[in-house]
Write a protein that binds this ligand. Sequence first.
Ligand SMILES: Nc1nc2c(ncn2[C@@H]2O[C@H](COP(=O)(O)OP(=O)(O)OP(=O)(O)O)[C@@H](O)[C@H]2O)c(=O)[nH]1
Ligand SMILES: [Mg+2]
Length: 620
Amino acid sequence: MYVIGTAGHVDHGKSTLIKALTGIDPDRLPQEKERGMTIDLGFAWLTLPSGREVSIVDVPGHERFVRNMLAGVGGIDLALLVIAADEGVMPQTREHLAILDLLQIKKALVVITKADLVDEELLQLVEAETSEVLGGTVFEAAPMIAVSAYTGHGLEKLQDMLEHMLSSTPVRQDLGRPRLAVDRTFTVTGFGTVVTGTLIDGTFSVGQEVELVPSGRICRIRGLQSHQKKVETAEPGRRLAVNLSGVSHDEIQRGELITTPKWLKPTSIIDAKLKLIRSAPRPLKHNTRVTFHLLASETSARVRLLNHRQLQPGQEAWAQVHLDNGTPLVKGDFFVVRSSETTLGGGKVVDPYPKRHRPFIKSILESLAVIDGGSQEESLLHAVDQWGPCDLTTLSQRSNQALSEVQPIITKMAQEGKIHLMGRAQVQPDSVVYSDRAWHGVKEKSTNALDEYHRQFPLRKGISKEELRSRLGLSVSIFPQILAILVDESTVVEEGALVRSLHHKAVLSQDQERRVDTYLQALASEPFSPPTDKTVDPEILAFLIQDGKVVKVDSSVIFSSDAYQEMVKTITGYIKEHTKITVAEARTLLKSTRKYVLPLLEYMDQQRITRRIGDERVLR
Ligand SMILES: Nc1nc2c(ncn2[C@@H]2O[C@H](COP(=O)(O)OP(=O)(O)OP(=O)(O)O)[C@@H](O)[C@H]2O)c(=O)[nH]1
Ligand SMILES: [Mg+2]
């Protein structure tokens, strides 16, 4: 499946051409019909003579609606660059051309429309002018055809040319993680919320659970339609209408992405390779505010240049773009930046989740060059170095490469020792991989985390595993494997549910020892009814409990361990003899009061020493 999009100046005959080709009027809004002008995106489809179906996105040409045009061209495979024979190249012809170039839409068919309005001589003039304008752009060699939607002249040939161009256009890759940028939302009576957009990078099926990003809403695909026909599954490169359950249509904005749940996080800073177009009105200064357009989304943003103080028209630079609204995107996505009045430039996302960089740092510029231009191997290694250990599925998402491509490369890198596998020798989608650098990072982070924890809580034996996992920012699925290696390497020590550093030992200071002595003496003064008003610092108490010096049976009653053991012995001895014991009997037996005996017996129930039956306790 392919999507083609129109482009070109206002009134040059884009919508009329699409209607003549498809029989579908792409101008659907009442204001559009009234004014004879496209305002927002229009959609149509066409079956070529060979039977090949193509989707069509018709865009507005008026300069006021360039942002709508941008929302539509993101996912197209081929552009129909429309130029009216009677007007020739006009400002939005150039602006749309620059946008197609920035978004790296590689294929275009140049259509000179309204050929019926001019004679042969003028037509040749317009064709020559167009060729000149296209010179030096990706469309330099694009085929050109003159047509008239009124007389039908050239339309058949245009279809043949489309057929020919599409037959050599690579189909959209299935990277295993579908994305559909919403360009329209509405409700259909009896169905509910419907959104439309172009599906890229994966497939969608009816019944599938999906996430809306950035809102994070989870919903389900109730139905799918393409070209008004129901489909069960849709492959990448298709225009789709998606019927969603679990969300109302006004909760979804244009630009929101629909994707599989829980992998795509909106980002507010990106590293990018940014180009200022040749016809930009002025140089781009560091920290310039712009509007950032990617697929169907739009946000205000600030451009920080990393290797230039200001960018001249036609120049390219490394830049960090700070996005005002979190935007879901992946490495390799193309974007456009505009000022309030015109298109300034655009480029490619190099790193979707970078740290903040200061300008003119050599190592950062070098690393950007590697991520952008390096081999697949280099970019995978870079992703692992930067992100730390992760499973293959996550790695393929972070490096924006298909899992099927990543798997053999990782196998080779593992054989060469450039990447290491945790556990299993076979490389599987859930295999956890790490590099030397990533491992060094994990070790350093865990040592630091433990040191900090021990400094904060010197009397605790160690940190709970869950807390350590969260401090290291590791996922639940890979943490146990990483911990096992850290223990194996003696970087950390595992003690039951806790983890500590190699040399840590919880010891009391002299002053704390003194306070503990006083406290323990107080407990011992009335072993079975110890004072509850004498307390000790909670950290010290936790230490004593951990150390087995005292037993805390409820929030206020604490016994010395000796007293507790003795009471347990006395009570169990009594039950053995009498088969059961009541609270009153225990009270008499221990010469204590209800205040102590009740929590003690409850604690013994909890410890599964005794069991309560009505008012009595028996042994478990
Ligand atoms: N004579 C002649 N007129 C045409 C032809 N194609 C379009 N027109 C006229 O040109 C005008 C503009 O056509 P549209 O198709 O609305 O132009 P557009 O490029 O879609 O305009 P926007 O969407 O607003 O950018 C209309 O009045 C059409 O009737 C053609 O082949 N011959
Ligand atoms: Mg139009």
